[in-house]
Design a protein around this ligand. Sequence first.
Ligand SMILES: *[C@@H]1O[C@H](CO)[C@@H](O)[C@H](O)[C@H]1NC(C)=O
Ligand SMILES: *[C@@H]1O[C@H](CO)[C@@H](O)[C@H](O)[C@H]1NC(C)=O
Ligand SMILES: *[C@@H]1O[C@H](CO)[C@@H](O)[C@H](O)[C@H]1NC(C)=O
Ligand SMILES: *[C@@H]1O[C@H](CO)[C@@H](O)[C@H](O)[C@H]1NC(C)=O
Ligand SMILES: *[C@@H]1O[C@H](CO)[C@@H](O)[C@H](O)[C@H]1NC(C)=O
Length: 804
Amino acid sequence: MATSAIPYTLLLLLCLASFKTSIATHVCDPQRYQQLGLNMRNFPFCDITKPYSERVKSLVDSMVLSEKAAQLGNNADGVPRLGLPSYNWWSEALHGVSYVGSGSHFDSAVPGATSFPLPITTAAAFNELLWLNIGQAISTEARAMNNLNHAGLTFWSPNINVVRDPRWGRILETPGEDPYTVGRYAVNFVRGLQDVEGTNATSGDLNTRPLKVSACCKHYAAYDLDNWSSFGNLAVDRFHFSANVTEQDMVETFQKPFEMCVKDGDVSSVMCSYNNVNGIPACADTRLLKGTIRDEWNLHGYIVADCDSVETMVDDQKWLNDEPENAVAQAMRAGLDLDCMTYYKNFLVNTVAKGLIKERDMDNALMNNYMVLMRLGYFDGSANYEKLGNADICSKAHTDLALDAAKQGIVLLKNRKTHDFFLPLDPQQFKNKQIAVVGPHANATTVMIGNYAGVPCRYVSPLQGLATYANVQYQTGCADVMCKNDSLVWPALRAARDADATVIFVGIDLTVEHEGLDREDIELPGYQNQFIRQVANAATVKGPVVVVIFSGGPVNVAALETNPDIDAIIWAGYPGEEGGQAIADVIFGVYNPAGRLPVTWYTGDYVWKLPMTSMQLRPDVNLGYPGRTYKFYNGPIIYPFGHGLSYTDFQYELVSSATMSVEKQLGLVQHCLTLNYIKGAPAPPPCNAANVDDLECLDGDMSIVIKVKNVGKMDGDNVVMLYSQAPQGILGAPIKQLIGFQRVFVKAGGIATVTFSLNSCKSLSIVTDTAYVALPAGKHTIIVGTEAPEDTVISIPFNVDIRK
Ligand SMILES: *[C@@H]1O[C@H](CO)[C@@H](O)[C@H](O)[C@H]1NC(C)=O
Ligand SMILES: *[C@@H]1O[C@H](CO)[C@@H](O)[C@H](O)[C@H]1NC(C)=O
Ligand SMILES: *[C@@H]1O[C@H](CO)[C@@H](O)[C@H](O)[C@H]1NC(C)=O
Ligand SMILES: *[C@@H]1O[C@H](CO)[C@@H](O)[C@H](O)[C@H]1NC(C)=O
Ligand SMILES: *[C@@H]1O[C@H](CO)[C@@H](O)[C@H](O)[C@H]1NC(C)=O
């Protein structure tokens, strides 16, 4: 019916266009070879009856040395005489297919892709299924773009470095400060990107299991400083910085998400970082790469360098006064399979000629790389995905998911429920009323999609979102986030004074925090605080005042938290292309917020207490440095990790369980570990702890069942956060550590039951200062919920008995 209305010529054009773009090409296509004037049968790597391992070996064996070198940068040249085309390894998909990385692009044929919230916002949702679903949506769009020759199949995402310091410029790209949360985000997002729907991605030969697209966990390891200058020092940047880290912090914090990404997510790539780790460039460290990622964690995939990491060793780090060939040899021997940029490509031939590496080292690297392309169907095609095209990009389902993700990630920081005004606003009451929408982010568009973005399908700005509920009066108040002066404040004050409600959009953006730029402090820039105070004061006579903050890293909002003119504060992170609607839906109570902060919001003076270059997580008594993250810092804060309010109230209740203890038996020759205790601590059990490697560990040997009661008046989600606390008195043990979280929907007046099935070895262990993962004996505490007031925290004793 619809087609009959389309003119014949247009129809023909449409047919031609869809014919041209719907054929996904793959290397081992006999017709392709015919067109090249070659016979595919002469190339055994195209023999689909042979196993992948034989085929990739055959492909590599067919190349001469110079041809091999030409394949080992992100722009792999291909080998025309073998019918092997060029391939660009570098595509990105941090929160949607991106134009960063030369492997993907947008133009009139593919004008945009769904831009989901930045990971710091998505992380705040604390919803593993959401993370998986976003990965699946992105990989569907990525496959469609690949079919349309607009993207590769290998995506160097996600960024899973743990947020150690609030000043870091790349916090927006990450899932926050808790290694367990970051690891679970990595596992789910990677499985969403990689796993082929309908196949079992955890059984069979994992070396050959098919991939939807290939993901990459980066940047390994101990990378979380970009370019920082303060304390009157010269700038320290990631190309020169040596992260001095203890093995304890490596195991417990810096490597943990990578271990989970490889072991539990079965990611097909890991990227090493620019920085040195204890004096050795991360990409040249054999123990970190080959020893740990490949041998210990059993990576099925390839290890890639951050772009020009190898060159950085020579030009910036002057590592061992290397010539380029030395650096190339060290990286290759360490297990680096692929370089980004041209150092490998330019110097590998000479490196072999000088006798610094075996040519076979290159063969191994190439085989690791081609194995991933084989699994992606790059050689043979992917029947599952070849029909995907434009209709699968920016689909309604995907933009709806982007909106849902933004709503789930929004965190309600403050809401003065005891005051005259508080959230949510009543849509009925505001139908024909006036809302002042002011501040530098009031009409935010590009700000909402942050960095590593693509071209979004569209934007729904806060102004547009709020206009769906009320009449809006828009004034920026500040020219930009720097808010250098108060020259624009008067129109904003007037708008606020006359309005029935005022929403102030402030915060920071990529001019303040980005890759290559750390912050010196965590304050709102320029006149922002003054602007907010003035507007709030002018507005408060008539109606509610809401402040909405855009930022990746935390900002010091102490003055807003205590300001009686400000009724509510919302943290929107960077909420993606649909963000403005999500914010409006939350303000008007169409969506009940449930997001939780994935990082601690410290008071502003925190940053003056320790330099960003200090990597240590635990407090340093000698230097007077406080600890870092909720696990080790117990000084003043504005909001704790896990903070986030709701429009309703929840109560937790433990469903009594028969076994609130476990018993573990050590073998005949195995020793108890001796822990250090704080002076005056209660007498420890005779066997302090056991090395977890010595124990029989079972998933599900520990089960915690919680009833979540919605005792308020509005339906809503609740994030149940479960922490463990080691027995009292153990020196250096975390204050507490997150061991599980679940997001559940509970109707007003209703009850939901949440079951945590845990492994006591994983959930109750701590990392000793000798870097063992140890299960302490004695009385542990399980804590349900974050600090008051949002959760009625409950504590549950859990006993661990270790028998020798
Ligand atoms: C995949 O296979 C493993 C091992 O056979 C099995 O334990 C698991 O339940 C399967 N997963 C799915 C999703 O079928
Ligand atoms: C780091 O920042 C300083 C200014 O503080 C600048 O001069 C320098 O070029 C930056 N370095 C890098 C690598 O971005
Ligand atoms: C790291 O350790 C090296 C070697 O001990 C030292 O020279 C360097 O100053 C340290 N860097 C930092 C940031 O502490
Ligand atoms: C909001 O921003 C969009 C995109 O930059 C622009 O087209 C629009 O005119 C702006 N709205 C107002 C009211 O300034
Ligand atoms: C105020 O800031 C704006 C935008 O940054 C600038 O254009 C203007 O010159 C400034 N005015 C004064 C008086 O400094």
